[in-house]
Write a protein that binds this ligand. Structure first.
Ligand code: SF4
Ligand code: SF4
Length: 510
């Protein structure tokens, strides 16, 4: 690891609120997308001349369309309950990374143009014009929010900064100020079918290679099919699972589970990506367009079930948005949505998380698991924000917390949770979510990881934890990057189905 060009935060002895460092992160800005990237998504190629008027118009449209956005603009009483709840504030001490201050960047513009007091007595109510300086602050600080929703858990009014961030990014996109990283990835998804730009033949080769690896390891022929018509399950998984480490070990785990359960499954070359960066740029039309590939693939292949792999934000989009955006599940009224609703097997949830799928098999005794095979591992589990706070799993309250832990305990003997105020609903973001997983933003990613790393250190020190399990492709990629900054080895980073893969005994159950 090269020496950091910034100060890596020190572990704190006590979790005190940091002394403020105004404008500490004002210079943190991701690269702006070039014209071809933005235009391919239907946005202006560069900042338009009349950007101020256009941005205010777009803000008005969003206020009219999304009641929640208007409520969030009006409801904050500045109680301060959220101030120290954001990992980016804790890691940077920049006051604009306090959730309330982040919201205020938009709220003060809202007051100026959309409230009586702000129009006529701006100074009295803290209303400001949307100037270039304000826009620059938006670009910095709304790209220092991972849309993790931790602050909203502590807000007595449930104000969701993630939605404010999405609105701000949407407004910036609409005037030609989009982010290169997220825009480029969305472009690849639309053009090729996945975030990595991996074409169908390359994907097929990769899966054949994995089948050979599994055969070498186990002596068993486990298939990883692509575009298999008539397969019962269509697996939609993040493309990082196809070759990134440690992601691929979880993909092998899913394949072994399907094999052992005797359930036919397939990937789709048309929809070889669970990730949906439409969420990150805050644009529901892009989110819908990305999700439509999945609906199309399910229809083309005739799948009866759609199962989503280990990806936090993809699960959030699938669980919370697929039904209304695309008619996957109940919600859509167009003929294709209706056809899909008839095609899918109503005995199973739509969509279903791979952890729900595996948990169900374990509950029914359908898998033979050797827990001792994981005895070299002392495991903790990181709840990914989008699973923990923006979706659910299973048919029990808190299933998203219970199910992954239950799987881990079924496949391993040594498990310890991190401190209670850092897990489940109160989990800390990995620091790289929400479209921030780019090296242009390495400083904020490393600093924002501080609270997660502090909690990890506690279980490493107290229990000798050596395996840090998660169910999110972005978390895994982020941990690969930031663990060394805090003195941890990246070999501890892994997935829940990686643990399943180690424990599952192939060929010993019918
Ligand atoms: S990163 Fe999370 S905690 Fe921080 S402001 Fe955004 S949603 Fe809130
Ligand atoms: S907790 Fe809610 S009401 Fe209180 S300052 Fe934060 S956003 Fe405003």
């Amino acid at each position: 690891m090269a020496a950091a060009e910034f100060e890596v935060p020190k572990f704190r002895e006590y979790p005190v609120i940091p002394a403020l460092r105004p404008d500490e992160m004002a210079g943190s800005k991701p690269y702006v997308a070039a014209a071809p990237i933005q235009e391919a998504l239907g946005f202006p190629g560069q900042l338009v001349d009349d950007w101020q008027a256009k941005a205010i118009t777009r803000m008005g449209e969003l206020l009219d369309k999304y009641r929640s956005f208007r409520v969030y603009m009006d409801a904050c009483v500045h109680c301060g309950a959220c101030t120290d709840k954001c990992h980016y504030f804790i890691g940077t001490a920049d006051p604009k990374n306090m959730p309330v201050a982040r919201q205020e960047l938009v709220r003060k513009v809202y007051r100026r143009y959309f409230t009586f007091a702000g129009k006529y007595f701006p100074k009295l109510v803290g209303a400001v014009d949307l100037t270039r300086d304000v826009l620059d602050d938006w670009y910095s600080y709304f790209n220092q929010c991972s849309e993790c929703r931790r602050c909203s858990v502590f807000c007595p009014y449930g104000i969701d900064t993630a939605e404010v961030t999405m609105a701000a990014r949407e407004i910036m996109d609409s005037v030609g100020l989009g982010v290169k990283y997220t825009g480029e990835i969305l472009g690849k998804l639309h053009k090729i079918g996945n975030n990595l730009g991996l074409p169908g033949p390359a994907l097929e080769d990769t899966m054949l290679g994995l089948e050979e690896d599994i055969k070498d390891e186990t002596g068993v022929d486990v298939r990883l099919p692509i575009d298999m018509k008539g397969a019962e399950v269509l697996l939609i998984t993040p493309s990082a699972d196809f070759f990134s480490e440690p992601h691929v070990d979880s993909l092998i785990g899913y394949a072994k589970v399907f094999h052992q359960a005797g359930i036919s499954w397939t990937l789709s070359s048309h929809a070889s990506e669970a990730g949906n960066f439409g969420l990150f740029i805050g644009n529901y039309e892009q989110m819908r367009k990305a999700a439509m590939r999945i609906r199309q693939a399910a229809l083309d292949l005739g799948a009866k079930r759609i199962v989503v792999g280990e990806c936090g934000h993809a699960w959030r989009v699938a669980y919370s948005f697929w039904n209304t955006l695309t008619g996957v599940g109940l919600g859509g009224e167009d003929p294709f949505a209706k056809a899909l609703q008839q095609q899918l097997d109503p005995r199973h949830p739509v969509p279903q998380h791979i952890c729900e799928f595996t948990y169900d098999l374990i509950q029914r005794g359908a898998l033979n698991l050797d827990k001792e095979a994981n005895d070299h591992r002392v495991i903790t589990f990181h709840d990914s924000c989008n699973v923990a706070r923006a979706s659910r799993m299973g048919d029990m309250p808190g299933g998203q917390f219970v199910i992954p832990r239950s799987i881990i305990k079924s496949v391993a003997n040594h498990f310890h949770d991190m401190p209670q105020d850092t897990i489940c609903e109160s989990t800390f973001c990995c620091g790289g979510g929400g479209g921030l997983l780019t090296d242009d933003l390495l400083e904020i990613r490393v600093k924002g990881a501080l609270p997660r790393m502090e909690a990890l250190k506690q279980v490493v020190d107290d229990h000798g934890v050596n395996f840090f399990a998660s169910i999110c492709a972005i978390c895994k990629a982020q941990f690969n990057k930031v663990l060394p900054f805090y003195g941890f080895d990246t070999s501890m980073n892994g997935g829940v189905h990686q643990l399943v893969s180690t424990a599952i005994q192939l060929g010993t159950k019918e």
